[in-house]
Design a protein around this ligand. Structure first.
Ligand code: SF4
Ligand code: SF4
Length: 273
């Protein structure tokens, strides 16, 4: 291990430090206030364990799991010191402690609940994990180019009861809306071209009329064509926006209750004419 205990990993890269108030980059050392809580300190601790010079104590467990695995140390070490991989070593350190069943007590209920939730449920291999999408005709982003990646999430892709109602339904909705969106985008572009051409026609008709070269009916004729084209363009753009909102909601974006209320069509009072 090439760590030279330089402590650069406690801070943001030095050339970016503007003030001592904001110099710390490692939340672990900032909270722990002892060298072992830094990345360099953890590497020394891990080396000592590997060499059999020390044992795993509650303090060691605390040091390993107070790390946020945020990666600041990895960047600082690479920029200021060596092309090392401190973050990989920190992950391995924690994995080793988990294998030894040395984890903070506060983690145990979470581990138990996760184990119970996973017991006997869901696929066991990455291939099974994609089983929810069978028969939908979706492209595989790992082998072919795609415009949109749909991530079903662990629970929806692994729990059979949720696959059909959530993952498959959302993917189907999103892909059908995506086709609609692509078609609408073409429509909007074509309509925009038409509006631009008709605006030019209307402008020239007005110039001709102003110069006494054409009757006013030419101006009216041009504007009669322009106005409905502008309405169609606006309607196509509105449809496109609605389709994008649909995709956003289908992908889990949700909607804001206040916006829903505002966008609801107003109901006409019974007494209104
Ligand atoms: S991990 Fe890198 S930056 Fe941190 S003390 Fe070791 S050599 Fe220095
Ligand atoms: S990954 Fe851990 S040791 Fe590294 S900067 Fe973040 S909290 Fe500190």
């Amino acid at each position: 291990m090439r760590c030279t205990r330089c402590s650069y990993c406690k801070y943001i890269p030095y050339d970016l430090v503007k003030s001592s108030r904001f110099a710390y980059g490692c939340p672990s050392i900032k909270a722990g206030k002892f060298h072992s809580y830094s990345a360099g300190g953890k590497l020394v601790t891990a080396l000592s364990l590997m060499d059999g010079r020390s044992e795993v104590t509650d303090k060691v467990v605390d040091i390993a799991f107070k790390c946020q695995l945020c990666g600041n140390c990895d960047v600082a070490c690479k920029m200021c010191r060596y092309d090392m991989e401190p973050i990989m070593a920190l992950r391995e350190f924690r994995a080793h402690l988990v294998e030894m069943d040395r984890v903070p007590e506060s983690y145990r209920p979470i581990i138990e609940r996760t184990r119970a939730a996973m017991a006997g449920k869901g696929p066991k291999t990455p291939a099974d994990r994609n089983a929810w999408a069978e028969g939908l005709g979706l492209k595989d982003p790992s082998t072919e180019a795609v415009d949109v990646v749909f991530y079903a999430g662990c629970k929806y892709s692994m729990e059979e009861s949720l696959r059909e109602t959530r993952a498959r339904a959302a993917a189907q909705f999103a892909s059908s809306n995506d086709v609609t969106r692509a078609t609408l985008e073409e429509q909007v572009a074509a309509q925009e071209k038409l509006v631009k051409a008709l605006r030019g026609y209307a402008r020239l008709a007005r110039l001709q009329f102003d110069g006494g070269r054409a009757p006013y009916s030419t101006v009216l004729q041009a504007e009669e064509q322009l106005f409905p084209a502008e309405l169609d363009w606006a309607a196509a753009r509105a449809q496109l926006c609605a389709s994008l909102v649909g995709i956003y909601k289908a992908m889990g974006g949700g909607w804001v209750a206040a916006a829903e209320r505002l966008s609801a069509s107003p109901t006409r009072p019974a007494s209104s004419p």
